[in-house]
Design a protein around this ligand. Structure first.
Ligand code: HEC
Length: 130
C-alpha cells in the first residue's frame, strides 16, 4: 500500500518535471528571435521611458530629481562631450557633479545596454537642445 502511494508521488513529480522542461524549451524558442528584432529597432525614446526608466528623474524642460533633458543636451553640445561615454561610466559628470551619486545608480542598467542603444539614448537627449 505504502509503496503504491510513493509511486504515485514520483509519477506526479516526473510529470511535473516533464511539463516544466517542455515549457522552458518553448519559451526559449519563441523569445529568442523576436528579442533580437526589438533591440535592433528600439528607439531612444522607448529606452528612455521604458527599459531605462529615466523619466523617473528626468523631464524634458524641468529639473526634478535630475537635470532637465534640455539642460543636459545644451551642456553636452556646448562641451562636445559624449553621453554614451558618460553612460558607460567612462567620463566624468559635467552637468551637476554634486548629484552624481544619484545618477550613478543607473549605470547598472546603462552598462548592460549595447553601444547602439546608448547612441539612440544620446540622440534622443541631444534632440532637446535648441
Ligand atoms: C534616480 C534618479 C535618476 C534616474 C532614474 C536617472 N537619472 Fe540621470 N541623473 C540624475 C541626477 C541626480 C543627475 C545629476 C548628476 C550628474 O550630472 O551626474 C543625472 C544626470 C544625468 C546626465 C548628465 C550627466 C553629466 O554629465 O552630468 C545624463 C546624460 C543622464 N542623467 C542620463 C540618464 C539616463 C539615460 C537615464 C536612464 C537610463 C537616467 N539618467 C536615469 C538622476 C537620475
Amino acid at each position: 500500500m505504502n509503496f503504491c502511494k510513493h509511486e504515485k508521488k514520483y509519477l506526479a513529480l516526473i510529470l511535473l518535471l516533464c511539463t516544466l522542461v517542455s515549457c522552458k524549451k518553448e519559451t526559449q524558442e519563441t523569445s529568442g528571435k523576436p528579442e533580437n528584432k526589438t533591440t535592433a529597432k528600439v528607439s531612444g525614446q522607448e529606452l528612455f521611458e521604458g527599459a531605462g526608466n529615466c523619466t523617473a528623474c528626468h523631464k524634458p524642460d524641468q529639473k526634478i530629481i535630475g537635470p532637465s533633458l534640455q539642460e543636459i543636451a545644451k551642456t553636452y553640445k556646448d562641451k562636445k562631450a559624449s553621453i554614451v561615454a558618460f553612460l558607460q561610466e567612462q567620463s566624468d559628470p559635467i552637468v551637476d557633479p554634486s548629484q552624481y551619486e544619484v545618477m550613478k545608480t543607473n549605470f547598472a542598467i546603462t552598462k548592460s545596454m549595447s553601444e547602439e542603444e546608448l547612441k539612440a539614448l544620446e540622440d534622443y537627449i541631444l534632440g532637446f537642445s535648441n
